[in-house]
Design a protein around this ligand. Structure first.
Ligand code: GLY
Length: 389
């Protein structure tokens, strides 16, 4: 079959692949994206919280630095994208309120507050009454909460659509098909063979296929990114105009050990998420998943039972062993990775585009991305073997 050549071929047209392709094309690389449905993927399900502070976890301080850096770039990134494409991204600097429903939750949230303070992050402890003053729809039993004005939101579906337009305007070529395998010639990634047998050649290939990144044929076994699918079920409700504003910011909590969040959009959409299930490639929406989300969301905001339920959907987060992304040179010449963003794909979109553009231009990761080299997962050569090598 015929063979076409580009400077950069991106496998995967989700938001991470698209931002990589857009930034590469802006820097003068002849760029192509391979995806049967560009703009699809996990962004079609995600709520779009930009929650570097409220999603802080113990042991993830390195990831926090990248998350904060990306959050810092968001205003400029969103403005640039909107100006270029005319798309409104639903970027809303509305803040987030994380609340506690009982004494245990409150103790957990106090711990999170202390960790945030040790990390130099801005958050404010509120009593239950102060929480309800901010958000009158909250349940009367709310025992306290953390106000984080710096955690914003964006509509990931609009973001994906804008990135498709930005890529088109920058001259990115789209191949509406899937990669059957990576082609490696003389120990270097040379392109892909598509599902219909076409050979697409490229100077550099970027694997940005979300949770599918871990199973592309042709990638040497030891270099395959250790990425797995983590299922999230998400609901969409609609707030009728007469109830608006139902919530004025993102509200979240941990209920019976599970995260639940409600993300209100300006257009009346209310996103409720999300389950977290290690079930492989399953994307079934289950009665149990919907029940648990509604039950937990109802404990936080009882009035949601009045709202029309307009959509139920499940997506797959690309989870990595340390919950952080894999960015840059893969260990195989000519192959770069932009995957494993797990719970932070939307938040990390701006910085990922910049980091991959830098890596494509220089062959190296910029300072802020060095901890996220895929090579951190490569097996260390035992000292004894090294001596004999
Ligand atoms: N960041 C939200 C989620 O992954 O559910």
């Amino acid at each position: 079959m015929s063979s076409r050549t580009s400077d950069v071929l991106v496998i995967g047209g989700g938001i991470i692949g698209l931002v990589t392709a857009w930034r590469a094309a802006q820097r003068g690389f002849a760029t192509a994206v391979l995806d049967p449905a560009p703009g699809g993927g996990a962004a079609q399900v995600a709520a779009g919280m930009l929650a570097a502070v409220t999603e802080l976890h113990y042991g993830e301080e390195t990831l926090l630095a990248l998350n904060l850096e990306s959050a810092r770039r968001y205003p400029g990134f969103a403005a640039e994208l909107t100006e270029l494409t005319g798309h409104d991204l639903g970027y809303r600097r509305c803040g987030t309120l994380a609340v506690a429903l009982d004494a245990d939750d409150r103790a957990g949230l106090r711990e999170l507050h202390a960790l945030q303070q040790r990390s130099g992050l801005a958050s404010e402890w509120l009593s239950g009454r102060e929480c309800r003053r901010l958000e009158p729809m909250l349940a009367p039993g709310v025992r306290g909460g953390l106000r984080v004005d710096g955690d914003h939101q964006i509509d990931p579906r609009r973001l994906a659509a804008a990135l498709v337009t930005a890529c088109e305007r920058a001259g990115v070529e789209f191949h509406h098909t899937w990669a059957e395998r990576l082609d490696v010639v003389r120990d270097r990634a040379a392109g892909v063979t598509t599902a219909d047998g076409t050979a697409l050649r490229a100077e550099r290939v970027v694997l940005a296929a979300g949770s599918l990144s871990g199973r592309l044929a042709g990638v040497p076994d030891e270099l395959l990114p250790p990425v797995r699918p983590v299922k999230g079920q998400v609901l969409r409700l609609t707030v009728p105009r007469r109830y608006a504003p139902f919530l004025s910011r993102t509200v979240r909590a941990v209920v019976r050990g599970s995260h639940v969040y409600l993300v209100p959009r300006e257009n009346g959409e209310l996103v409720v998420g999300a389950t977290s299930e290690e079930l492989g490639w399953d994307t079934t929406v289950t009665a149990g998943g919907v029940y648990e989300l509604l039950r937990d969301a109802h404990e936080l905001v009882p009035g949601i039972t009045e709202l029309p339920l307009t959509e139920t959907r499940a997506g797959l987060r690309p989870g990595s062993p340390d919950n952080a992304p894999l960015l840059g040179p893969s260990g195989l010449d000519g192959l770069l990775l932009a995957t494993g963003h797990y719970r932070n794909g939307v938040l990390l979109t701006p910085v990922t585009g910049d980091v991959l553009a830098h890596a494509l231009l220089t062959g190296e990761l910029p300072e802020e991305a060095r901890p996220f080299t895929p090579q951190r997962f490569h097996a260390a050569v035992p000292a004894r073997l090294e001596q004999h090598a």
